[in-house]
Write a protein that binds this ligand. Structure first.
Ligand SMILES: [Zn+2]
Length: 195
């Protein structure tokens, strides 16, 4: 069964429930607030989700302060790019991103039904069940190899519309340095929030 919603690299602006991630090398619970305000709690090998959740609750005041700081930073970032620069970048994006996507699609023997370049605030790209791929114009601001990763990620959704292990295997096979690219994108989330 195919899901009706398009899958995205970044899903929502609303702060969601913390994301819990078990890490075998972690020595303690760690709470991290991302640039978009979402929260990640690392669980050490000996830990439990219940304790992790209690720990996150105990850090609530700190989390709220971090979120407020991120929101301020996003507001500052929004003022940085003059409109003419944004227009020039978007024009460049329209000229550069779709041809590259189609090039990568044909390299992987995949067919894209439609490509759009959009101003998406909270995601780098998305792929809908009918094969329509949307790319964020801000991808022109990231290095070419990171941009390629986003495109390959969306292209692999043409084969699998989920983020299952099987999906990540496809991504790893098509783009072996995908972990580095994801780390790069996480660090560059402020770009999405600006403009
Ligand atoms: Zn995805």
């Amino acid at each position: 069964m195919q899901p009706s919603l398009p899958f995205e690299l970044r899903e929502s602006q609303e702060p969601r429930e913390p994301e819990y991630i078990r890490h075998p090398r972690a020595r303690r619970y760690v709470v991290r607030v991302r640039v978009d305000g979402s929260v990640r709690v690392t669980i050490p090998r000996w830990g439990t989700k219940r304790e992790a959740s209690a720990f996150a609750d105990s850090q609530r005041a700190w989390i709220d302060r971090q979120r407020a700081r991120m929101a301020r930073e996003r507001a500052v970032a929004r003022e940085e790019l003059p409109l003419e620069v944004v227009r020039a970048l978007r024009t460049r994006a329209l000229g550069e991103l779709p041809p590259r996507l189609l090039q990568l699609a044909s390299a992987h023997g995949l067919r894209v039904s439609r490509v759009s370049v959009r101003n998406q605030k909270w995601r780098w790209g998305s792929c809908s069940p009918n094969g329509h791929i949307c790319l964020n114009w801000r991808l022109v601001q990231v290095p070419a190899w990171v941009r390629d990763y986003v495109m390959v990620h969306e292209l692999m959704h043409l084969r699998r519309l989920d983020h299952s292990k099987a999906f990540w295997k496809l991504v790893a096979a098509a783009f072996p340095e995908y972990r580095e690219a994801r780390a790069w994108l996480r660090a560059a989330e402020y770009l999405l929030a600006s403009g």
